[in-house]
Structures are given as C-alpha cells and as structure tokens.
Write a protein that binds this ligand. Sequence first.
Ligand SMILES: Nc1nc2c(c(=O)[nH]1)N[C@H]1C(S)=C(S)[C@@H](COP(=O)(O)OP(=O)(O)OC[C@H]3O[C@@H](n4cnc5c(=O)[nH]c(N)nc54)[C@H](O)[C@@H]3O)O[C@H]1N2
Ligand SMILES: Nc1nc2c(c(=O)[nH]1)N[C@H]1C(S)=C(S)[C@@H](COP(=O)(O)OP(=O)(O)OC[C@H]3O[C@@H](n4cnc5c(=O)[nH]c(N)nc54)[C@H](O)[C@@H]3O)O[C@H]1N2
Ligand code: SF4
Ligand SMILES: [Mo]
Length: 745
Amino acid sequence: MATRRQFIRISAVGAGAVLAGAAGFRLMAPEPVKALSGSAGEMLRRIPTYCEVCFWKCAGWVYRDDKGAIKKIVGNNEDLNCNGRFCPRGTGGIGMYYDDDRLRTPLIRTEERGQQSFREATWEEAFDYIAEKIKKISAEHGPECLALFTHGSGGKYFSTLLRALGSPHVAAPSYAQCRGPREVAFQGTFGETIESPERTDIRDTKCLVLIGSHIGENMHNGQVQEMSDAIDKGATIITVDPRYSTAAGKSKYWLPIKPATDLALLLAWINVIINEELYDKPYVEKYTFGLDYLREHVRSMTPEWAYGITTIDPTVIRETAREMANASPAVIIHPGRHVTWYGDDTQRLRAVAILNALLGSWGRRGGFYRPEIFELPEPPHPPFPEPKRSWRTEFPDLYKLADSVLANGLCDATVPDPSRHCQFQGWIVNGTNLIETLPNQENTLKAIQALQLLVVIDTMPMEITGWADVVLPECTYLERFDDIRTGPHRKPQIALRAPAAEPMYNTKPSFWMARELAKRLGVIDYFPFERIEDQLDWQLKQAGSSLDEMMKLGVKTFDRQYEDLYFAPGEDVEFYTPTGKIELYSTTFEEAGFDPLPKYTHHEEPPPGFYRLNYGRAPMHTFSRTSNNPNLTDLMDENTLWVNPRVAKEWGLSTGQYVHLVNQDGKKSEFPIKVRVTERIRWDSVYMVHGFGHDQKKLRRCYGKGASDTNLITKVLVDPLMGGTGMRGNFVTFITDLSGKEVAS
Ligand SMILES: Nc1nc2c(c(=O)[nH]1)N[C@H]1C(S)=C(S)[C@@H](COP(=O)(O)OP(=O)(O)OC[C@H]3O[C@@H](n4cnc5c(=O)[nH]c(N)nc54)[C@H](O)[C@@H]3O)O[C@H]1N2
Ligand SMILES: Nc1nc2c(c(=O)[nH]1)N[C@H]1C(S)=C(S)[C@@H](COP(=O)(O)OP(=O)(O)OC[C@H]3O[C@@H](n4cnc5c(=O)[nH]c(N)nc54)[C@H](O)[C@@H]3O)O[C@H]1N2
Ligand code: SF4
Ligand SMILES: [Mo]
C-alpha cells in the first residue's frame, strides 16, 4: 500500500460470497463407519480429529449424520491428552464451523478516493497479488525481510514456504508472550525444556504447588483431570495467587501473595529447604552442581525477609516448604505456562527449577517424567537455502538466551529505524490475532503501517484481518486434514485430523494455500505431494501405519523406544548442560553475562488510586479465538472486572455497574466493563479475563462486549535474557461517569 493502512471493518464487504464446492476436494469415506444412534434414531458416522480450540490438541471423534451435518464431537478414549473427555471449549468447537460470521472468500484491500475497503477476490487473484509482492520484496530487500507469525496447525505449511524462500523468521506468540521464560530457565537448569503437554506427573504427585498457574480456569485438559485425580488420592495443593482462583479453592494452602514478589517467596522456600536440610541429599549430591553457591546466595533470604516483601506469613512459608519436602520426590512446583509477567520471569522460573531440583522431583514419579515423542519422517524435499541474515543480526547483544524467534522482536524490527539495515517488509500472519496478542498495540500498528505486504490467514474477521492487504479465509479444523499430531507424552502417540465436512463457502486449508503460493514463487519442490492425504499416507507408511488405519483408529500409541519414564535408583544420568549436571548455579547464564543464581528485584507498585491490571483465562473460552463462538457465548458473553469490596466501597462501585478503565499512560478502555465486587481479589489489583472487548463489528456476537486487557497493556517489561514480554506492570483506575451511549449492552 502506498498510503497508510486504514483499519477496515469487514462488514463493508457485500455478503455475496459464493458457496463453493471446493475443486479437487474429496472427503475420505469414514471407514469403518462406527454407527451410533442419533437422537431420532438416525445413523451417525465418526471421523477422527484433534481439537484446535486450544493448543492442548485433544484427539476426538466428530460425528456427522447421513446428510453430512456435523452433530457433535467427543474425546477419543485412547488419547493421552484427553482420556476420552473433551473440555467445554472442545465440545463447543463445532460452533467455529457453524459460526455465520466466518470469513467466506479471499479479500484484497483497494482504495478509492482515499477510502479503503476490501473487494472480494478469486483465489487466483489473491495468490497472484501476494506472489508479486513477495517477489518484489525478495528482490529489493532479500527474502529474510519476510516474516511469518503463526499459532496453530496450518502454520507448518507457511513455515515451509518461508524457509524455502530463504527466511528463517517464523515466530509464534506462544514463545515470547507465553512460555518462553520457563523453557529457557529449565533448559539452563536441567538441560531440557518442559514443552506441551507439560511433562508434569500430576496424576501421581503428593504435593502440587501452583504459582500463578490457574489449572481449572486454565482448562488444559489432561492436566485438569490429573489434578483432580491427585486431589482424590490425597495430594496437597498449594496455590500462590493474589486472586482466589478455582485452584485456590481446592488447595490446602492459599497464599494470596502481593503481586510481583514471587521470586522472594521462592528464594525463602529455598532458604528453608537448605537450612533445615530438607533437600533430597543423595539426589542433589549425585546430580546437581552448585549447592554451595546456592546456600551462600540464599543465606539472608529468610521467611522473615520474604514476609516484608510478599506479605506471606513466615510460619506459612516454613510450613509449606515442609509440606513440599514431606512429599519429595513426588512433588511438583509447577513451571506455569503463561509466565511473561514482570520481565524477570526467566529468573523467577530458574528459582522454580532450582526448588524442583533440590526436592529431587525431576525424573521422578509424581514429579517430572521423561516424555517421548514419535518421530514421523518429513516428506523429502531439497535442503532449505541458508538465510543470509536473521533478526539476531539486527539485535546482536539482546536476548542472548532466546532460542526461538521473538514475535515482538520481529515487530520491533519492522518499525522503521534508520540505524537498522534490515527492516521487515512483508508479514504472513496465520492463526494469531496479533492486535490482541502482542502487548503495546501502538507499536504493533506502527510496524503494520511500515509493511509493503500483510497477508492474514484466519477463519474469522478478527482485528488483525482489518489491517491486512490480503485476507485468505481458512476452513475450520473440522473441514480439513492437517499434520499428524506427534506431541510428547508418557508414551509416543500420533493422532490424525481428517475433515468431517467439505469446506463451507469459498474457504480452503492452509496446506493448499501454501502450496499454491509455492508454485507461483518457484519453490514447489518443497511440497512434493499435491494432496495432503497422499503426504500423510506416505509419512504414516514410513512409520508402519497408513491413512486408512488412522481413519479407523484416530490415535495410535507406540512403545517407548529410549529410557524409562523415571530415573532408576542410582542411574547415571547425563544432563544436557555444560557441566553435565543439573545446574543449581547456571554456567550458561553466567557465560551469557546474566546472574547465575536468581536475585529478587523490586517492581514498580501502583501509584495512588491505581490498581494492578491482572488477567487470565475463563474455562469456556480460549483467548479471542472463541469469543464469537455461538456455543460458547451462550456460556459466557462478556468479561467482568473483579474488584475487592474495600476498593468498591472507596469508589462507590457495585456489582453489575459498568465502568471504563484508564491506565498509567492515559490509555482508556475502548468499551466499558461490568464490575464484579468480590473478596476473591486483593485490594491492590483488579482482574479480567483476556479475549474480550472486540472492535470488529462483523463479530456480531462479541463486538463491544467487555473490555480488552491488551488495550490497557501499554507498558511492556521485556526480559533481558530472552525477550519475553512481561505484561503485568500496568496499572488502571476507574472512570465511573459513563455517557449512556458508550454502554454496549
Ligand atoms: N493481553 C494479553 N495478551 C496475551 C495473553 C493474555 O492473557 N493477555 N496471552 C498470551 C498467550 S499465553 C498466548 S499463547 C497468546 C495467544 O495468542 P493467539 O494465538 O494469537 O490467540 P487468539 O487471540 O486466540 O488468536 C487466534 C487467531 O486464530 C484464528 N483461528 C482460529 N482457528 C483458526 C484456524 O483453524 N486457522 C486459522 N488460520 N486461524 C484460526 C482466530 O480467529 C484468531 O484470530 O496470546 C498472548 N497474549
Ligand atoms: N480455558 C482456557 N484454558 C487455557 C487457555 C485459554 O485461553 N482458555 N489458554 C492456554 C494457554 S496458551 C496458556 S499459556 C495457559 C495460561 O494459564 P496459566 O499459565 O495458568 O495462567 P494465566 O492465564 O496467566 O493466569 C494467571 C494467574 O496468575 C495470577 N497472577 C497474577 N499476577 C500474579 C503474581 O504476581 N503472582 C502470582 N503468584 N500470581 C499472579 C492470576 O490471578 C491468575 O490466576 O492457559 C491455557 N489454558
Ligand atoms: S483442552 Fe479443550 S479446547 Fe483444548 S484441545 Fe482439549 S478439548 Fe480442545
Ligand atoms: Mo499461552
């Protein structure tokens, strides 16, 4: 675009999209047909899938009737991620297919007399447009100036496309906006990462410590089930959270910590465990490096010291430390998942890792097991060209411990800066609503304005699509094949996703889109199979299965190939760290110029009259991807603002009343939010569920419902070790005087 991009509400587009039978698309016969009685006695057939409503990827069966209508979706009993049970979001996933606000046909941005709008386009037009722009960018700036942002299954194929073109820049928000710090911290300590699903052996644990990890609202399926089983078997749950979460309600101890002070609590626990000699001595002696340094480091970090910082009673700190030690080694100090909070997150998670190491839980039953993953061969293709530059070239001294591309890093490297040689020119965005996902929306928009090309592949007209030059409508996960799921677990397992219906409207799967672009860009060799079915069949046959077999089974479990699930007594274990030991003292961190032992640093506190903005998950929604889902909006259609009664009294707020919020930088919420007065949140914070407050009118069910936390996250506390974006350093206050027209509902 020569001119500045205008945000386009997709409602401007006529509704004349074609309902096309996609050429070349063939539904696999669901063989053998598992018959099941429908409500009117009709026969239903089942097709295997794995869920795309969140990234736990539970495997299940989709049932459709004789006329091809999708009726329901249930868990696959053999699946290790879900054990036959879907969560409410997964069950409601059918709503993604039936949502009549879905994207229907490719769109291209056009401009007439200064007014931009989308015009409906054919797939050929859309691909030609994109290919021409990509060729131009590659010729003028190098292919490295192309970036892919992706979250979800189809990203795999666009990643192949980008790497074939010569760009290494593939980023997922699930790293720098989510679990990156924990992976870096555990890698530095144990030489291995946690990954997803987490290797936590919750089902056999005797003590589970949750630090800002709210399993129960965080509905990651297998974990929730295992936690409930552990509780039934008498496990102690200790929850550290400024909010009385669902998990806190199931806990023996709830520690309502002052936000941003967790590192002090962790260090005090380490202090108690070392001083009272509660650690697993043979384990620590055999497997770890640096106990003496650690002992010296935490010497003054007593529970009394931590009390002054965290507001947690020293007696409780000692008691909970002893609870953990009593359960050792069947204890888990949970590494958490969305851990980008205050910018010292990697160090906080180092303390978590150290605590687990002292208690001997890594590699032990009821602690952390050794997962195995099924290695499925990739389809043969030429080697990827060696990129000449990477984002690292532009930021050589920053984020040295980052082991993945940073989504925010790519965004920063797109904002024009005369001191940089390489500036990103083209973005492909697949399955991530960057406007709501990356903190500091102003920065995201600055980057977007500097692009020559923005392609968005999505199923819904989300905020990000409004900024695209080309929108490519993907069919939902219920209408397509995708890569075989191979995630890590107690046993290696694979799962198939097959289409249960033909793509609605003029929508297509990512595999097909990426391949069509590859044809036009001269890199078709990287996509040796024309049809994804044939690729999957080839891959499965290499592994001793086949597409036919997987259509019948849905999931297939294999025997473990390598080590046992847990360390054998006295086993010699080589850890993938520089010392070959579990590093209580991290030589990797030291080498990179960072603290080898975690230090507590004080974080800014809310100014008078302001409250820390805290946010999290609701059991029936996933970020913004479900907020328009008809089945799930029935369960929850807006978020609320949790306010402590003391604060409510001071401000004269009552439950049900709408307020606006304004943050420390004067940024105001776009839509008002309903107050919920509750003791379940500390007086220094307010809380809301992430994923609401959409400003795309075409999202008819969720437009203007509730507030967006991202709107108010203008301050970002970046982790100097790996670039994670801490988002919990924002403070808000209330605007109670609403002019009636602002209230959305
Ligand atoms: N303010 C704030 N920011 C956050 C968080 C927070 O809690 N608060 N959480 C952070 C965390 S932990 C994470 S993991 C990230 C998650 O960030 P994202 O993964 O970006 O999450 P969503 O907002 O759900 O965006 C998913 C997008 O994918 C689209 N989509 C759904 N299904 C498909 C499909 O089959 N194909 C395609 N092509 N698109 C599809 C949806 O319509 C939506 O636009 O956000 C991070 N950012
Ligand atoms: N239903 C549902 N489940 C999901 C998702 C979803 O969208 N919906 N998303 C999935 C994804 S990608 C992720 S990453 C996970 C995220 O889930 P989690 O990692 O469990 O955590 P958050 O969503 O960040 O929840 C934050 C919790 O931390 C607390 N908290 C806030 N500040 C502090 C603090 O300073 N100290 C302490 N100790 N606690 C604090 C909050 O009160 C809240 O309870 O959930 C996964 N599961
Ligand atoms: S946890 Fe729920 S939403 Fe996530 S994959 Fe499993 S069933 Fe789907
Ligand atoms: Mo996440």
